[in-house]
Write a protein that binds this ligand. Structure first.
Ligand code: PEP
Ligand code: MG
Length: 747
């Protein structure tokens, strides 16, 4: 870097800092800043464009363009050169702007006189704030040093905006993080919640982006990086001999922490006048911008590692962010980019709601949130950048909507819904002990799905008659190493103790597809949902299957036991697994352990193929449970994890209901008990139709038992069957409209 640019840049940043300390507010300050930049860079024009809303940029201050255009000239993302900079997050530097790709002439600005154009994005940690532009008459490309210097200035502008430097009287600029915003995502656990934002990883606020002693800043950076390196080395030492993948991540951290390129870039930023923390953040912002463009999963992971490392470095430098759970605000709503199931369990039921920027409906965090019955919305773009700790927030887990800093009218509407929900809960509590018998005398068993100890108190609270699906993999997923057999015995014992004699169906380990054990070697598969998962893994890794079976038999210790194998696609798989159960029983007997009083071994019907298995299978299996989540995805060939298609096909589609009726018939012909344990069992309208099709046991989330029981108690399944049959004869694709109308007529 040329020394001249360095001195100029430091001088400019010094003046910007004076500006920040000055009394001037909002617009006046922004005007003075554009003047300062134009003067320092020796360009005739300097303009600042800021986002008005997500898609619109507005000229907010200018030196050199027509003053009347300020707050009038607007462009959309991608429109003109300014819009191109905003959209791509990349610099545009051209000597001949009118001939450049995407140029759009804005007559009101008088910019036709200027030939050179240099635009750099104003962004902060992936959050796009605007564009900083300099222009000059002379047709010349700006030098690399000038571009670099302007990027540094843009970084400082972003920090100033974050600190509210341009907000104030006459500013015509909305303060950041103060307006109310409504954001949408995917509903992952229903329910409403009102509370205050708790950022899982709080934003580090850099209050001193500019520093005038580069020597001191370099020292601070070096000291912090040293502390970071020592920390990473310590983590590596502790992890030696442990999990390989965790080691790989730490090795990547160490590589970055020792990266000369990374250090050099930050030192150059400091030489131009940035403080150490601003330099870290500038590099982090650029890495985040790259992350948005990289599609290779390996590279994305590495950039995410770098991002994490930068966060650690920022925390060391600023001393911020080392909060712990004891600082939680009242009614905390957790906001995170993503969160692991272990972390979420640590927060536990203290959370009122959860909003994730990424996440997915089938992720482990979602499973935990559901077990804890905490409203959850996933895929909420921008939430981690929009929300600040302590902000008022409302979560609508039914619709997948989040209201941040809501207006009173919105807050009141959501509060009404919360009150209605509480009333409904009272109603459900009053029918908790009532057996589920429909108006026409059909007895339906309502049991619950579980997977964590945290679920078990719900057995009594919800009125569930037992556990129809205990997902044993959750205990494996939330740890970072394979549990020991003795630990499993203790866990299963505790589950059976808590059930107090009610039946619990333990499903053996269902891993693979979306459920990946962090400590098991990950096998890259082209199509994981159709791949090596569930019973397929169990049969190929007999050691794990045997260990789990032994643990279950020992935990039962003379009590009745029900075991169910997931994802059985053909009868032989079930026979082989059953053979393993028999062998394990023999071994346990030889070892002198007490065997269960009774043992039932069932299969989950999750692939259409099993519905067409030979009669022998239905005669031999002790019970069948339809895993509707998987069955539906294979029946309709629509990935349950893919937002684009997962809601495309209705459970009440005539084809699917006919298929369910066939399964019921096959089970009835051999007197094989049948249940349904997918999510649809917990949706009142779907549950009604499944019952009408002949399903007599429905297993669902505990929170769904009340609503499902309430509709079943009022239903006449005989007449519902007629409604469904009529709709089918009329050739309707889904019976939903007919069923909904029937329900409305029933009141
Ligand atoms: C199902 O597929 O319906 C099921 C209950 O299993 P999981 O959701 O755990 O795959
Ligand atoms: Mg399944």
């Amino acid at each position: 870097m040329a020394d001249g640019t360095e001195t100029e840049s430091r001088k400019l940043l010094g003046r910007l800092r004076e500006e920040m300390a000055s009394e001037a507010a909002g617009q006046e300050r922004l005007d003075r800043i554009t003047h300062l930049i134009a003067d320092s860079i020796r360009a005739e024009v300097c303009s600042v464009y800021l986002f008005r809303d997500e898609d619109t940029l507005e000229l907010c201050a200018t030196e050199g363009l027509a003053p009347e255009a300020v707050h009038k000239t607007r462009m959309r993302m991608g429109e003109g050169l300014v819009g191109r900079v905003a959209q791509s997050g990349k610099v545009v530097n051209t000597a001949d702007a009118p001939s450049a790709k995407g140029f759009r002439y804005m007559p009101e600005t008088g910019e036709e006189r200027f030939s050179s154009f240099l635009g750099v994005p104003v962004q902060r940690l992936g959050e796009k704030l605007g564009v900083l532009v300099v222009q000059s008459r002379e047709a010349r490309r700006f030098s690399a040093d000038e571009v670099y210097a302007l990027e540094v200035v843009a970084m400082v502008l972003a920090e100033m905006a974050e600190l509210g430097a341009f907000v104030g009287e006459g500013a015509a600029l909305s303060p950041l993080h103060q307006q109310s915003v409504q954001l949408s995502g995917g509903p992952a656990q229903e329910g409403y919640a009102e509370g205050h934002v708790w950022l899982h990883e709080p934003r580090v606020v850099v209050t001193n982006p500019i520093a005038d002693d580069p020597h001191r800043e370099r020292e601070r950076l070096n000291e912090a990086v040293e502390e970071l390196r020592v920390g990473v080395d310590k983590m590596l030492e502790i992890s030696q001999g442990g999990d390989k993948e965790q080691l790989q991540v730490l090795e990547a951290y160490r590589m970055f922490a020792n990266s000369k390129g990374w250090m050099r870039r930050m030192e150059e930023d400091i030489a131009l006048g940035l403080s150490a923390e601003a330099a870290v953040e500038k590099e982090q912002s650029q890495a985040r911008a790259r992350m948005g463009q990289v599609t290779d999963p390996y590279l994305r992971e590495r950039l995410a590692d770098l991002d994490d490392l930068s966060n650690r470095l920022l925390r060391i430098l600023t001393g911020q962010g080392n909060t712990n759970g004891s600082d939680l605000p009242p009614d905390p709503i957790l906001i995170a980019r993503n969160i692991g199931p272990g972390d979420l369990l640590e927060y536990g039921r203290s959370l009122k709601g959860i909003v994730l920027e990424e996440g997915s409906v089938g992720s482990h965090a979602t499973i935990v949130a559901r077990a804890l019955a905490i409203p959850l919305v996933v895929h909420v773009g921008r939430i981690t950048t929009e929300a600040l700790n302590g902000d008022h927030i409302l979560v609508d887990g039914d619709q997948g909507i989040v209201h941040l800093r809501p207006e009173d009218t919105v807050a009141n509407a959501v509060r009404d819904k919360i009150a209605m929900q509480a009333k409904a809960q009272e109603r459900y509590a009053s029918i908790r002990e009532t057996p589920t018998v429909t108006r026409d005398g059909e007895r339906i068993n309502l049991v619950m799905n579980a997977g964590l100890m945290a679920d078990l108190p719900s057995l009594n609270n919800s009125g569930a008659e037992g556990v129809g699906l205990f997902r044993t993999e959750l205990q494996f997923l939330i740890r970072n190493q394979m549990p020991k057999r003795s630990e499993l015995v203790t866990q299963y014992q505790r589950v059976l103790d808590a059930a107090e004699g009610k039946r619990v169906i333990f499903r053996t380990l269902d891993i693979g597809s979306d459920k990946v054990l962090p400590y098991m070697k990950h096998v890259a598969e082209p199509n994981p949902a159709l791949g090596w998962r569930a019973i397929r893994v169990g049969l190929d890794k007999r050691g794990v299957m045997r260990m789990q079976l032994q643990a279950l038999l020992r935990a039962a210790n003379g009590r009745p036991l029900s075991i169910m194998f997931p994802f059985v696609a053909q009868a032989d798989e079930f026979y082989e697994a059953r053979w393993e159960v028999n062998k394990t029983i023999e071994r346990e007997k030889r070892l002198g352990h007490i065997l269960p009083e009774t043992l039932e071994v069932g299969a989950m019907l999750e692939t259409p193929s099993l519905a067409f298995a030979p009669q022998k299978f239905f005669d031999e299996v002790d019970f069948v449970s339809v895993g509707g989540n998987d069955l539906k995805q294979f029946f309709f060939a629509a990935d349950r994890e893919n937002e684009l298609v997962r809601r495309r096909y209705d459970t009440l589609n005539v084809s699917f209901l006919s298929f369910i009726a066939q399964i019921v018939e096959r089970c009835n012909s051999s007197n094989t008990p049948l249940s349904f344990c997918g999510e649809d069992a917990g949706r009142p309208v779907e549950a009604l139709c499944l019952a009408a099709m002949g399903i007599r046991t429905l297993s669902m989330r505990p929170a769904s038992i009340g609503p499902v029981k309430s509709v079943l108690l009022r239903a006449d399944l005989q007449s519902l069957r007629k409604i469904i049959a009529d709709a089918r004869h009329r050739g309707e694709q889904s019976v939903r409209p007919a069923v909904m109308e029937w329900l409305r007529n029933q009141g």
